[in-house]
Write a protein that binds this ligand. Structure first.
Ligand SMILES: C[S@@+](CC[C@H](N)C(=O)[O-])C[C@H]1O[C@@H](n2cnc3c(N)ncnc32)[C@H](O)[C@@H]1O
Length: 415
């Protein structure tokens, strides 16, 4: 096997595509036989940031920003010319024949393996992990990496089915990470819960600032990869005094697993810490399936209505437009459903807590290199406990996620 096979239901994150000249080295096969890759993502210094010389985004930078833009332009030009979009063979003008029919000459399909910096749009496995390689060699490479405090090393897979999307890194993870790094004071010293953390990239970033991070998702395989990433980047989080724990939290389950024999289960102390101290919840690119969105909102409601303190929830979302036969148009149904859920949460009157919703401006600095497309949005939901009928901290209702909304709350069934 030297190439990833794409099926009709395969999805590939933009983060793993179109990296000019980037070669992807598979490091191993995971326990379900998927090739695992390691990517290094740099936290850009001020001069390196794409917005470093944008007068609208803070202080102009000397040199670096312009250079980056010139490089970006060159890269874009290279990609376009590789695709035959500029001056290539596909530039023939369409013409009308004598009957008035429009004839379009199709651009010949490129053979991607010929002469491009990036041989294929899909990743090529160039080299498998070397079984002959001494563990000391690997260790010394890890040690070298650890000397850099601006490099995140992330294990991930590429081109998965929808069930396994969490094993890829998504643009929304960087967008939210940018917000976190831009608003560090907000996160300093806090207990943060990430829902749907995937590879754990955003949790790792927040753990460089906050006190405790509960990095949660579902599935043993995914959580193992996430834990590996937390370990790979431990030098970044520990230097900042942050504690990142990978735990299972399924939006479709009512309870947190506290069975000590189960991996990624919660200790009683952690559950107590979660309910007593979580002031911030984050979630990146988790809106893509209406049933899961319902589960996510139920989870948010259950958690926040059990807190005796207010909580800020930050959700990054990428609006993905699709053509649907149902609408006979391009639309983003998942986004519409998300908007309905936000409205319901805001209108909720359960006597326990109130919710406010706002969309935050996306003008914060860019700390990672990715395309900051306009479809990326950041939403903030604030939950505030109402003074009466609140359970005292530490009561039974505060130590379990099994806190059902009262019957008149419609989130559960029709959000
Ligand atoms: C598109 S991925 C985003 C991953 C990561 N936040 C990122 O942006 O790179 C969506 C995430 O939601 C998680 N997810 C899906 N269903 C879930 C559930 N029932 N409970 C918890 N997490 C879930 C997936 O496992 C996946 O990690």
């Amino acid at each position: 096997m030297d190439r990833i096979t794409f099926h009709h239901d395969t999805v590939l994150s933009d983060m793993h595509m179109l990296l000019p000249n980037a070669r992807h080295l598979m490091t191993r096969l995971n326990s379900v036989g998927q090739p695992v890759f390691i990517s290094k993502f740099k936290i850009l210094s001020v001069g390196e940031r794409p917005d470093g010389d944008d007068p609208d985004k803070g202080v102009p930078e000397a040199g670096g920003g312009h250079k980056r833009k010139e490089e970006d332009k060159k890269v874009r030009k290279d990609i376009q010319s590789q695709d035959g979009e500029e001056g290539g063979e596909g530039d023939e003008e369409p013409f009308l024949d004598e009957d008035g029919d429009l004839h379009i000459t199709h651009r010949p399909r490129r053979n991607f393996t010929e002469g491009s910096g990036r041989d294929l749009v899909c990743p090529i496995i160039l080299q498998q992990a070397d079984p002959e390689r001494e563990p000391e060699e690997e260790q010394s490479e890890d040690e070298e990496d650890q000397a850099f405090h601006d490099i995140l090393k992330i294990e991930h897979t590429m081109a998965t089915t929808l069930e396994d999307v969490g094993k890829q890194v998504w643009r929304g993870a960087f967008f939210l990470a940018d917000f976190i790094l831009s608003s560090a004071d907000l996160f300093r010293g806090a207990t943060v819960l990430e829902l749907g953390a995937g590879t754990g990239l955003t949790s790792i970033v927040v753990a460089t600032i906050c006190k405790t991070t509960f990095c949660t998702d579902v599935g043993e395989d995914l959580l193992s990869m996430c834990k590996k990433n937390v370990t790979l980047n431990r030098h970044l989080t520990e230097a900042a005094g942050g504690d990142a724990r990978v735990r299972q939290l399924d939006w479709l389950q009512y309870d947190l697993c506290t069975d000590a024999d189960v991996e990624f289960s919660w200790t009683e102390e952690e559950v107590e810490d979660l309910y007593s101290n979580t002031e911030i919840i984050i979630a990146a690119d988790v809106i893509y399936d209406d049933d899961l969105t319902d589960g996510l909102f139920r989870t948010l409601y259950r958690l926040c209505s059990s807190f005796s303190h207010s909580c800020s929830i930050f959700i990054s979302i990428e609006r993905r437009m699709n053509f649907t036969l149902r609408n006979m148009d391009v639309s983003c149904d998942a986004y519409k459903h998300f908007s309905r859920c936000l409205s319901q949460l805001q209108a909720l009157q359960d006597g326990r807590c109130s919710f406010t919703v706002e969309r935050l401006p996306a003008d914060f600095s860019q700390f990672f290199l990715y395309e900051r497309i306009e479809q990326l949005e950041l939403w903030k939901v604030t939950s505030t406990p109402l003074p009466s009928e609140r359970p005292p901290p530490g009561s039974a209702c505060c130590s379990s996620v099994n806190n059902e909304p009262p019957p008149h709350v419609t989130i559960q069934s029709s959000c």
